[in-house]
Design a protein. Structure first.
Length: 115
């Protein structure tokens, strides 16, 4: 089955940190760049971080640069953003997918940052 499963979200205070595991089936993960996307209420879904197949050349949007770090674990078919110095503007539903997205979206994981 072709799927991604996001987890790790929750409520965190401003300045806190979260790590969001994304597990993907091998057909999605192997050989593809992977990205983390987010969608805040009333806004379009946006790419915030991505990493290429061999785990290099990470991309970060300006809004998260210097605070988020993306990595991938080939043995686990998993991709992780480490999110530090969170602020209320980071509140959103977070999703992972190939970059660019080509497979059905998962349910996402909600991140809420309180001020």
């Amino acid at each position: 089955q072709v799927q991604v499963v996001e987890s790790g979200g929750g409520l965190v205070q401003a300045g806190g940190s979260l790590r969001l595991p994304c597990a993907a089936s091998g057909r999605i993960f192997s050989g593809y760049d992977m990205g983390w996307f987010r969608q805040a209420p009333g806004k379009e879904r946006e790419l915030v971080a991505s990493i290429n197949w061999i785990g290099r050349s990470p991309y970060y949007s300006d809004s998260v640069k210097g605070r988020f770090t993306i990595s991938r674990d080939h043995a686990k078919n998993a991709v992780y953003p480490q999110m530090n110095s969170l602020n209320p503007e980071d509140t959103a539903m977070y999703y992972c997918n190939q970059d660019p997205p080509r497979v059905p979206w998962g349910q996402g994981t909600q991140v809420t940052v309180s001020s």
